[in-house]
Design a protein around this ligand. Structure first.
Ligand SMILES: NC(=O)c1ccc[n+]([C@@H]2O[C@H](COP(=O)([O-])OP(=O)(O)OC[C@H]3O[C@@H](n4cnc5c(N)ncnc54)[C@H](O)[C@@H]3O)[C@@H](O)[C@H]2O)c1
Length: 429
């Protein structure tokens, strides 16, 4: 099959490469000349484990093609996927400008029957807007069908999630479009949820908001455990072993972040408002999330009541390991809170430093964890990168001015770190 992806971010580039690797001819349309030129040489604009190799392999094989133009990509394609960003607007709604612009461009370039499918996360009802735009601009005699095919991959595990998803959701009201999309995806062997447009769109927001809610629940239980003198990690382990609950997304920490959960929770609250439904459960989810970030700073203040002029070393900036994505990373808020208190920040992240530089000012970025803790009054572990799990803690301690550690991800065994002489605080214990 020949397919097109518009957008080459964490979703577009990963899914395009996997479908090329599965033997399809794939076009990827972008709008930044420099990035497209690099992609043609196999140089990718994001960090995702294993992605560069699969892009290179498929470019060389001629299955993966990058372009700035909609022609001939759209005309040649059986299916065109929209995979551009849908960030939050100031009011918390999803910003659909890129999706709607792209829909118009696709519409103008249709030359024969094509399925246009949205992978971007869009509110229920967006399908009506997209279909209307395409209908208005497409050549009169050309037919198209629309589908909503939301994406569920996780950054850092994007390739394996695309090849082994828990389910594939296809929302369309056309049997012909459904058959084509099933044909493309069936080699993956995951269960299909075949449904209508609005349901498919809502499934994505409902899934992400539930995961965010689960993280906030874990943070609330961790907080209560700290206050009650209980071991929050054991409490969460105890509930996670119940199969009805499950042990995933029950790790307490500095709150959820990243390019999806914060914006999707906001968008679902806003979607509910449009129907006069007050989704208070999600507003509370957001509040617990902000509190989880503030709690990290509060913990630090317990050891260092006056942060003015104190050097705080931050290990890990990305919102999670194995990505360079800094969008809504909890480290941003925490660093800004510490800077407001007068702290001097040194930081190290294995992949996210360049993206961090774009959003965080007055930070001394270091090349490794040991340089980052040199002469620090405290260290905060913000991202559970594997390399932090293997640090030589004796060396770390000897380099610091004072051995204070806030382990926002519970990377270390508390007893062990304390036995080395650290003033150590994790989350929930
Ligand atoms: N990142 C994730 O883990 C993830 C997972 C599931 C779903 N999603 C959803 O998928 C969508 C894309 O997310 P992402 O993380 O890949 O975003 P991203 O910011 O990494 O990528 C967006 C891409 O769209 C391109 N783009 C924007 N406007 C364009 C235009 N007018 N023409 C052509 N290209 C344009 C950008 O250049 C970029 O390549 C979002 O709606 C997001 O919510 C993301």
């Amino acid at each position: 099959m020949t397919i097109t992806f518009v957008g080459h971010g964490y979703v577009g580039l990963v899914t395009a490469s996997v479908f090329a690797d599965l033997g399809n001819k794939v076009w990827v349309i972008g709008h930044t000349p420099e990035k497209i030129e690099n992609l043609k040489k196999g140089i990718i604009p994001i960090y995702e484990p294993g992605l560069e190799e699969i892009v290179k392999r498929n470019v060389v094989a001629g299955r993966l093609n990058f372009t700035l133009e909609y022609e001939p990509a759209v005309a040649e394609s059986d299916i065109v996927f929209i995979a551009v960003g849908t960030p939050s607007t100031k009011t918390g709604d999803a910003d659909l400008r890129a999706v709607l612009d792209v829909a118009g461009e696709i519409g103008k370039n249709l030359k024969s029957y094509t399925v246009v499918a949205t992978k971007s996360t869009v509110p229920a009802g967006t399908n009506v807007k997209i279909r209307k735009i395409i209908e208005e601009v497409k050549p009169k005699n050309i037919e198209f069908d629309y589908a909503s095919v939301p994406e569920f991959l996780r950054e850092g595990q994007g390739l394996s999630d695309t090849l082994h998803p828990d389910r594939i959701v296809i929302g369309t009201e056309s049997k012909k479009a459904q058959d084509l999309l099933v044909e493309l995806h069936k080699v993956i062997g995951a269960p299909f949820i075949l449904t209508d447009f609005d349901t498919a769109e809502l499934i994505k927001y409902a899934a992400n908001s539930f995961l965010a809610l689960k993280i906030s629940y874990a943070n609330a239980i961790a907080k209560l455990s700290e206050l009650a003198g209980a071991d929050g990690l054991k409490v969460l382990e105890g509930i996670g072993m119940d199969k009805r609950i499950g042990d995933k997304f029950l790790s307490p920490g500095p709150g959820y972040g990243g390019s999806c959960f914060p914006k999707d929770v906001k968008a679902l609250i806003s979607i509910a408002k449009d129907y006069d439904y007050d989704f208070g459960m999600l507003t509370e989810t957001e509040q617990v999330n902000s509190q989880a970030k503030r709690d990290i700073v509060r913990k630090l203040r317990r050891s260092l009541p006056d942060l003015r002029g104190k050097t705080v070393s931050i290990l890990g900036l990305a919102f999670k390991p194995d990505t360079d994505d800094m969008r809504d990373a909890p480290a941003i808020d925490i660093i800004e809170l510490l800077q407001k208190d007068g702290a001097v920040i040194k930081a190290y992240d294995p992949q996210a430093t360049e993206n961090a530089k774009k959003v965080l000012k007055n930070v001394e970025y270091e090349k490794n964890a040991y340089d980052a803790v040199k002469d620090a009054d405290a260290v905060v572990i913000m991202t559970e990168w594997n390399e932090f799990k293997e640090l030589d803690l004796d060396k770390l301690k000897s380099l610091m001015k004072a051995p204070c550690m806030i382990d926002a991800r519970n990377v270390y065994d508390a007893g062990h770190v304390k036995s080395l002489g650290f003033d150590y605080m994790g989350v929930g214990r």
